[in-house]
Design a protein around this ligand. Structure first.
Ligand code: ADP
Length: 306
């Protein structure tokens, strides 16, 4: 039985490619009206999970309820109430901004007259009012992303899937997208997003999962995860012989991590490390609160994933 206050419910989801498991029996649920994050390193299974949810990739096993519809059988009905912002903009370069919205609305069987009424509002939301007759190729990267977001809203969806919505954008363009996504949540829409930007997840998501190797390695509210999974303070130390210096003072903190030439002291109390640092002139340090990126690195490691 579908829970009315759940936008998405997944249980026992499995998917293999060529005998290799890429989703290993995961389950989670997304409350309606929440912004929910799916985080994970490259290859963790984020896009495959999204594709299964949308009925684009058939799972090997598992149950998916999207907006109360069982996927993949009910994917068509579910997608009528869903918007998608794909990882790479796939706008039609031959059409203007306006035409891109019109053409896309036809997939939902929306009437041209109805769309003509709705388009000004969508363009205003996307900050593209003065670009309605511009060709897509004349738009900046940020404008294209905003147009893709506006396009995902043509059917006034209840649930929006966003696959890395701000990848490749500069900070100004990213902040503008964040602002718009917050507006959508304030309107009561459910957002399900994948991201590599921990700051993005920390700012936007009420709940998130961290996927690694097709498994959920953490789930919760970002601030609760920071409080429960990691020491509250970090002192980063770099400079001449910083790593050797840090290794010799391992006992001054709860946890020490080394990445390249930088040592990370994870501490409850920073005083012992700060006192030791006072005597050193050749070392540089940065004191900060632990953040979601620290949690992510602790859970998924520092090795590169390609
Ligand atoms: P993420 O989005 O977290 O980077 P993906 O879901 O795209 O991860 O991919 C998870 C794993 O599944 C990767 O190892 C990827 O190479 C593999 N994979 C994804 N799609 C296919 C496919 N169509 N055929 C074979 N392997 C795939």
């Amino acid at each position: 039985m579908a829970s009315l206050n759940c936008a998405l419910e997944i249980s026992g989801l499995r998917k293999s490619y060529g005998g290799r498991s890429v989703i290993s029996g995961i389950g989670f649920s997304v409350p309606a009206g929440a912004c929910f994050g799916i985080l994970g390193p490259n290859g963790a299974g984020k896009t495959t999970t999204l594709r299964c949810c949308l009925g684009l990739t058939p799972p090997d096993e598992g149950k998916i309820l999207l907006g109360g519809h069982s996927i993949p059988d009910g994917a068509c009905a579910a997608r009528a109430r869903v918007g998608v912002v794909p990882q790479f903009d796939n706008l039609d370069p031959d059409f203007t901004v306006n035409e891109n919205l019109l053409v896309y609305s036809r997939y939902f069987g929306l009437k041209k007259a109805e769309m003509r009424q709705r388009i000004p509002g969508l363009l205003d939301f996307a900050g593209l009012t003065d670009k309605e007759n511009a060709r897509v190729e004349a738009l900046s990267g940020g404008m294209k992303r905003r147009l893709t977001l506006a396009r995902a809203l043509v059917n006034d969806p209840d649930i929006l899937f966003l696959d890395e919505p701000t990848t490749g954008l500069d900070p100004q363009a990213r902040h503008l997208i964040w602002d718009r996504l917050k507006q959508l949540v304030a309107q009561g829409k459910t957002l399900i997003l994948t991201t590599h930007f921990m700051e993005e997840a920390e700012r936007l998501c009420e709940r998130l999962i961290v996927l690694d190797h097709g498994q959920i390695v953490a789930e919760g509210n970002p601030h609760e995860l920071i409080a429960s999974q990691i020491e509250p303070n970090v002192i980063e130390i770099f400079g001449e012989n910083a790593v050797a210096w840090a290794k010799a003072r391992r006992a001054l903190c709860q946890r020490l991590e080394i990445a390249g030439e930088t040592a990370y002291f994870y501490c409850k109390d920073t005083a012992p490390v700060r006192e030791a640092l006072d005597k050193e002139r050749a070392l540089h340090s940065l004191h900060r609160a632990a953040n979601l990126e620290d949690v992510f690195i602790k859970l998924t490691g520092r090795e590169l994933r390609d």
